[in-house]
Design a protein around this ligand. Structure first.
Ligand SMILES: [Zn+2]
Length: 236
């Protein structure tokens, strides 16, 4: 889901409907982050999240599977081309991140407990997992989140930390809010991880400097009021 955070958006922009003057569907494409890391771009119509593909010696690690109908075939083609099976990690349960799961042939599936309520299949991750791959360092761990319970982060080579929508706020009635405690935990986790880059779904550019993201979250955190469990984003 795309949440509003205009006021605090550093250089991050929501992926807009740019380039389409009519109401036609958008089509996702491949983009490259580095030699072992590509992703399928997000779309707004239909709402479909970034699909990240990390290539190890043996597998394609896919973080989120999107909802756009073209994605299953894009993934299956690359799997065939590389002769590597797919392992899936779901960031959280929202349909724009998981709806394609049923159309993808995967060997393993990792998700938070709350996401499992929607998939009813695969493994539940409740504490950190270090994946044993000889050529690449992969870590899956729970990320507290105002936006979605049971979010999972995926860290690659201590360089890139994929977070899905975990850093976005949530809506309570007509208010856009952060859970004060979760926000503090997120800031502490981000400060402690080695990765200098974090990747947030639905945003351009996809790869963000961690320090800029921490500054954004700290600005929000500084708006908290004493003994208030929620921080409301006003003027949005
Ligand atoms: Zn979401």
């Amino acid at each position: 889901m795309v949440a509003d955070m205009n006021e605090n958006s550093i250089e991050i922009k929501t992926v807009q409907d740019a380039g389409n003057s009519d109401n036609n569907k958008q089509f996702p494409t491949w983009k490259c982050v580095t030699d072992y890391f590509s992703y399928i771009t997000p779309t707004a119509r239909p709402l479909s999240a970034n699909v990240s593909v990390i290539e190890s010696g043996k597998y394609l690690w896919v973080y989120d599977v999107g909802s756009h109908e073209n994605i299953p075939e894009m993934l299956s083609e690359v799997s065939k081309q590389k002769s590597k099976k797919i392992k899936v990690i779901l960031s959280h349960f929202h349909p724009d991140h998981i709806a394609n799961l049923q159309y993808i042939k995967w060997e393993s599936l990792y998700q938070g407990k709350n996401t499992y309520k929607y998939t009813h299949i695969g493994e539940i991750v409740e504490s950190e997992i270090n994946v044993d791959e000889p050529d690449i360092k992969l870590r899956i761990f729970p990320m507290p989140s105002s936006h979605a319970k049971g979010s999972l982060a995926f860290m690659v080579n201590d360089k890139y930390c994929l977070l899905g929508d975990a850093l976005y706020p949530t809506h309570k009635g007509n208010k856009t809010v952060y859970n004060t405690g979760f926000l503090k935990e997120q800031i502490d986790i981000l400060k402690n991880i080695a990765a200098p880059y974090v990747l947030i779904s639905h945003r351009e550019p996809f790869v963000q400097k961690k320090q800029a993201v921490i500054t954004w979250l700290e600005n929000v955190y500084s708006m908290r009021e004493k003994n208030e469990p929620w921080i409301e984003l006003k003027g949005l």
